[in-house]
Design a protein around this ligand. Sequence first.
Ligand code: SIN
Length: 283
Amino acid sequence: MKIEPLTGVIGARITGIDLQNVDESAAKELRENICRHQVVVIPDQSLSPKEQTEFSHQLGPYSPVPFVQPIPNHPEVIKIVKKASEVNAFNFGGVWHSDFSFLETPPAFTILHSIDVPVTGGDTVWTSNSAAYEALDSESKSKFESVTCVHSASASYSPKQQNLHSALTGMDIRTSTEAEKTQEHPLVCTHPETGIKSLFFNGTYVRGLRGPEISSSEDEEHLMLWLHNWTTHVRFTFRHRWANGDVVIWDNRSTQHVAINDYAGQRRELNRTTVAGEIPSLY
Ligand code: SIN
């Protein structure tokens, strides 16, 4: 395995590995590198949905996917697809988020395999929530340890968003009142494998904040906006230009990502699997 960092902060390219043939020691090395670099790009792969599922299991068990229906015969694979004709449709994943952070146990890793991507546009951008934490002054680091984030899928998957999702006719996304449920996680979380702290924040699923210094809705809104702007600052980011056959794996425990909707008139299709994580915690 050859590992080349892609920025000084986040992202690495890994070559010299065939994901159809990964043994236990290669899976361990890969896992360590995903945790260390937060996003890894592995070009020139060719995984059927069955092979992608098998490869996912080498990184860990399946993490349940709410709201998005899997592809036929492959219950752990979802297809992210926007057709060329869906010019005015929104992008699945088109706002900054960490996958399913509103769950009690959000996924550790997401694996995205490009099948048919635009010639131009359709990039994905990731930001490092650990770099954003590390760049804080010590007073903010300590103050944020007493903040709790209230996560919910309400802004994304409640029934009033059904028309938005139905515009993506190649995907089967079923909104539900279940999306109104809330789940609290600490703002500062420690990565269970690296021991590195992150701001476990994303502006899509964090719908509220609790803490001793948050006494009004103005305080709450102000801090949420500040956290969004801080964590997604360009200096913490890495942007990937997709080619067919890429496999990109990221660590949801220390990153956020966004899919850029700038490829009107072109098809974009990728297969996605997710790997189980742990309940996020400060210690
Ligand atoms: C996602 O949020 O999983 C989608 C990312 C992408 O399509 O680039």
